[in-house]
Design a protein. Sequence first.
Length: 152
Amino acid sequence: MNVDISQRLYDHLSAKGDVEVLLASDESGMDARLESYLNKNKEEILEFYNDKKNTMNELVEKGKVYTYENVSHNPARPEVVQKLYEINKFANDNDFDMVIHVHFNDYPGRSRDKVYKYNGFSIYAPERQFSNYEASKLLGEKIKINYRYFSP
């Protein structure tokens, strides 16, 4: 589902002609440019990941950023978190203006053999206290309004 929705979003944004869009991966695998970058920059990416993590921890400890859990989710696997940081580092180093991560969350405690309790979708934007909140919220609202283009 991720690949299908991401491809639809890519097609929709690319058709506009006023933005350059990169799809990190599709049915045939990871984008060659991204894959090459990840293979060549493993140490720098790990440093980026640790630096961002440490910076956030320091900001929280100093009371400059607050954390809370608004919606309960299963915790992301470490390799998934790492992949998100890898893509963000690539985007930063290549002057991308935005990154959209498409993924699916399940609610905690759902048994694999049970019928889904919920359906629908949510679009998450950074918390209000972060500088990218406004632009992210605006983009999320546009995607929500146009969701029919992206739903399978």
